[in-house]
Ligand binder design. Sequence first.
Ligand code: ADP
Ligand code: MG
Length: 294
Amino acid sequence: MNAITFDRVSKHYGDVLAVNDLSLAVEPGSTVALLGPNGAGKSTSISLLLGLLRPTSGRVSVHGRTPDEVVRDGEMGAMLQQGALIPELSVKELVDLVRRLYPRPLPLDEVLELADLTGLAGRRANKLSGGQAQRVRFALAIAGAPKILLLDEPTAAMDVESRLRFWAGMHDYAAGGRTVLFATHYLEEADAHADRVVVIARGRLAADGTAAEIKAGVGGQTVRFALGGQPSAGLDRLPGVTAVEIADGAVTLHTADPDATLAALYRGTTLDVRHVQLSGADLEAAFLALTRES
Ligand code: ADP
Ligand code: MG
């Protein structure tokens, strides 16, 4: 059974169509990035999953049940974009308070460890930096040991080090076979931390696959090198190559698999390959192309 299913879901806010006919199935145990620019419909999708909003049409289900049922049973945890902490409580008191609301919580020490808060356990919530407060929100989200964890732009306000620690905790949490869905507009985060990337733009599904598949699907990667006066015959038959351009003594190979193309270029040809440049091998180009088209 799917962990998460969106079946032709749309959500209107008055005239605004925030989620537009979205269908999606997420397998249990996977870590999925919901990647899209601001206003794409990421937070709305998460609110629909939590049962905080109802779809205008279509159906959202979690483990085959309604979001309300799953939330009631404490099987879903969430870190939302907003949410104040109780200022007078220490980190430890706050986390313990929340974990006790769940039927089968994680041990307190484990929550603090996963959220990298062990050293801050006695600190009052109103004395935390933005990044530390975000780590407390993460702790509150995992305190009940939810099988499904939803994170809405979790690294906002975190510095580089907090981010690294946060993602390490997320991976440790996910490693127990739990399902994680996180919203982000950072391409690098989707690339680095998800098994699967679901790109949405203007409420619509724009692409769905591994980061590598999405990059390859857009075909934006190129291998360039100086050709000089050497013959270009056969370059179009190298593995991965989808197009060849030659201009000013340089050749540009468009490729779906730059590793294979380069290997074949060195081993399978007698060309003297110099001044090699690789480019477009990032999710950013793919993302821009996808969100522009849709
Ligand atoms: P994201 O999280 O990807 O930035 P949101 O889901 O917050 O996107 O918003 C999707 C669209 O819905 C945007 O156009 C936003 O302005 C609009 N929207 C979000 N919440 C509301 C609301 N409560 N009322 C009206 N429009 C809203
Ligand atoms: Mg949002």
